[in-house]
Design a protein around this ligand. Structure first.
Ligand SMILES: NC(=O)c1ccc[n+]([C@@H]2O[C@H](COP(=O)([O-])OP(=O)(O)OC[C@H]3O[C@@H](n4cnc5c(N)ncnc54)[C@H](OP(=O)(O)O)[C@@H]3O)[C@@H](O)[C@H]2O)c1
Length: 234
């Protein structure tokens, strides 16, 4: 799909990757950018339409869909990481929170906006995933679970919406330079570069973005005889 003249909603548009999305889409000629955030007062970009939206709150998701009937591109960017190991006492609670946001919140957005995108000619959905959709790291195992499930969900949504002509793009990235990785000492991709790559994929009709070298290496490693997911990473 073409980004010029698109009507876009970005979740979590107040900071990090979501803010980069909203900024770049405006620069790329999007007709309208709904910048959604749990607290719309935290949106500091001019020329966007701030929208209150917590993707885990069904009434807010419904209201967003009712207010954005002209949407042609949905960017499901919002996500959380709680950190921690699978055998920590808090693991279930952390996993539930991550699944609520990363999986069920994103799915709720896909479900709410699919009919709108269909009615507007098909359009596109971008789901922000991770290299951790494919491998697990000890300190982020519940987050990895949530992103693996969201990858599978994204594949299901892609197949389900193909008949109505909706392009569904999964974006896999390792570390990005945002608040989420403030405590991580590792090479990080710039959020803007990830957005630029994803816009290029959207416009080329592609369905997957592997945004950095580590992500591409891991993807290749999935099909090795000893798949990379069998050993501890990170
Ligand atoms: N940073 C990385 O290294 C990395 C790597 C791979 C994938 N990702 C993914 O990239 C996406 C963006 O992350 P980021 O790095 O930009 O993280 P970030 O700086 O922590 O920003 C997360 C954004 O998501 C929003 N959010 C969280 N829960 C929400 C909810 N229930 N409803 C609506 N918005 C919600 C946050 O809003 P508040 O300001 O209200 O908290 C914030 O705007 C996420 O899906 C993340 O999992 C990040």
């Amino acid at each position: 799909m073409k980004v010029r003249d698109a009507v876009v909603l970005v979740t979590g548009a107040n900071r990090g990757l979501g803010r980069a999305w909203a900024r770049l889409l405006l620069e790329a000629g999007a007709r309208k950018v709904y910048a959604a955030a749990r607290d719309p007062r935290s949106i500091d970009l001019p020329d966007v339409i701030p929208l209150e939206l917590d993707i885990t709150r069904p009434e807010q998701v419904r209201r967003a869909a009712a207010e954005c009937g002209d949407l042609t591109l949905l960017v499901n960017n919002a996500g959380i990481v709680r950190g921690g190991h699978l055998f920590d006492d808090e693991a279930f609670e952390r996993a539930r929170q991550e699944l609520d946001t990363n999986l069920f919140g994103t799915l709720a957005m896909c479900r709410a906006f699919a009919p709108i995108l269909g009615a507007n000619g098909g359009g596109a959905i971008v789901n922000v995933l991770s290299v951790l959709s494919w491998i697990s790291i000890p300190g982020g195992a519940t987050y990895s679970m949530s992103k693996a499930a969201t990858w599978s969900m994204t594949n299901g949504v892609r197949i389900a919406l193909k008949p109505q002509g909706t392009q569904v793009v999964g974006v896999h990235v390792a570390f990005m330079d945002t608040d989420m990785t403030a405590g991580v000492d590792a090479p990080k991709a710039s959020p803007l570069d990830v957005v630029i790559q994803t816009v290029a994929a959207l416009e080329a009709g592609q369905e997957e973005v592997l945004a950095d070298g580590l992500t591409r290496e891991v993807k290749r490693g999935l099909s090795l005889e000893r798949g990379v997911y069998l050993d501890a990473a990170g």
